[in-house]
Write a protein that binds this ligand. Structure first.
Ligand code: NAD
Ligand code: THR
Length: 373
């Protein structure tokens, strides 16, 4: 829906409504532009001429990380193989390259992003590119570039071409001054990592573009995600994935967080389903644009205990990484997600016992297959 503009004579102010049901707001006439960048005159918001019945055409940025390949698989099942483009700056492995469209895309290259969106008539972007919490602390400049400059490029391209945009946030968007038990959607957010700071920035910029330009921005704050068939990319919650791989391979695991470090976690199938659900629902059902989603919380010792029910000989020792420990100690222990459950019916399926069973089934099967080859 186009912007409605009305210039009031008396004040020289411009009133805008965005067609999204938000309150109009005013701003100085001089400062108003129709788009975040000065785009060509043929670019207009919400101009994509797809009928409601058409499938979305999806671009996933940073798609070769822990979450992108699984999401592409889910979306391709739903929308068709050729309607979902995976992109990244890395070379895809064979099985990914042959499973559907893949393109090189560096989110720091605005023109390249715009070309992909235009040439492929993209209608949804899932923006996964990021440096996660632990690697971000090891390279703050790169994290700032990818997580903040890259975000700005994606926001602009999405706003200019009427693209629905999903950006994940994280438990890492909270900090030591946030309530750590049952952390709600709206509370103090003063994270102490560049990752967290960039994610709060993403939440605020996405919501700002929604109110200011009508961008259809949707955001879920994910807990730590546990997956069997994809490796995590340098986060604080990675220990929980590694424990399974080491347990099956060596029967031993050295944990880099203290035994009682409790964090919100989620099995990947729940995370990807939540992402599709929140992208798919009508905008009227969203009372907010950024939602917490929750499944379970556990500590290393609780996870180890559950794994040991299946593998009683598993040996766990602890060698604490002070950087990761400090990050974990500043994050929520338990997440509150009442709004997601109320507004769009979010419901997780995996608790800790089901998660452990699913991970061990997959990894054992996978290692048996590798041994047989
Ligand atoms: N995995 C989790 O536990 C978790 C939890 C909360 C939020 N998230 C968020 O979900 C998203 C995906 O997470 P993930 O675990 O798959 O991350 P990941 O680190 O595994 O993958 C990120 C991908 O981004 C790519 N990338 C880096 N620089 C890039 C650039 N300049 N241009 C394009 N791509 C670039 C990397 O090559 C990598 O494949 C991230 O935004 C992350 O913050 C993840
Ligand atoms: C929690 C999440 O954002 C990521 N897995 C990290 O630990 O950095």
């Amino acid at each position: 829906m186009p912007f409605v503009r009305a210039v009031t004579k008396a004040t020289g102010q411009v009133l805008l409504t965005t067609g999204c049901g938000c309150e109009p707001f005013s701003a100085s006439a001089r400062s108003i532009s129709i788009s975040p960048r000065q785009v060509m005159s043929d670019a207009s918001f919400h101009s994509v001429s797809f009928s409601e019945a058409d499938h979305p055409k999806v671009l996933i940025t940073g798609g070769l990380g822990q979450l992108g390949v699984g999401l592409a698989k889910l979306l391709r099942k739903r929308f068709g193989k050729n309607n979902v483009i995976l992109s990244d700056i890395r070379k895809p492995p064979n099985h990914v390259y042959h499973s559907g469209p893949f393109m090189y895309s560096d989110v720091l290259d605005y023109k390249n992003l715009r070309e992909i969106v235009v040439n492929n008539r993209i209608t949804w972007i899932v923006h996964y590119s990021a440096l996660l919490s632990a690697v971000g602390e090891a390279n703050v400049t790169l994290a700032r570039d990818v997580n903040i400059t890259g975000l700005h490029n994606v926001l602009d391209v999405a706003a200019e071409h009427g693209v629905r945009l999903f950006i994940p946030s994280t438990i890492g968007a909270f900090g030591p001054t946030s309530p750590r038990d049952s952390t709600p959607d709206l509370c103090i957010q003063r994270p102490r990592t560049i990752y967290g700071v960039s994610k709060v920035h993403a939440e605020l910029m996405g919501e700002y573009y929604h109110h200011r330009y009508g961008l259809d921005f949707r955001c879920l704050r994910y807990p730590g995600i546990i997956s069997a068939d994809s490796q995590p990319g340098g986060g604080t919650t990675d220990y929980a994935v590694q424990m399974f791989h080491d347990a099956v391979k060596t029967g031993k695991f050295v944990c880099n967080l203290k035994p009682d470090t409790r964090l919100p976690m989620m099995f990947i199938d729940d995370c990807l389903r939540a992402t599709l659900e929140v992208m798919d629902i009508p905008a009227e059902m969203l009372t907010m644009r950024t939602y917490n989603i929750n499944a379970m919380s556990f500590s290393p010792e609780e996870l180890a205990c559950e794994v040991q029910k299946h593998m009683p000989d598993l040996q766990i020792t602890y060698d604490i990484d002070p950087v990761r420990q400090a990050i974990a100690d500043s994050w929520p222990k338990k997440f509150e997600d009442n709004n997601a459950r109320k507004d769009w019916g979010w419901k997780h399926e995996y608790n800790l016992p089901e998660l452990v069973q699913a991970m061990l089934n997959f990894i054992s099967l996978d290692s048996r297959a590798a041994n047989a080859n």
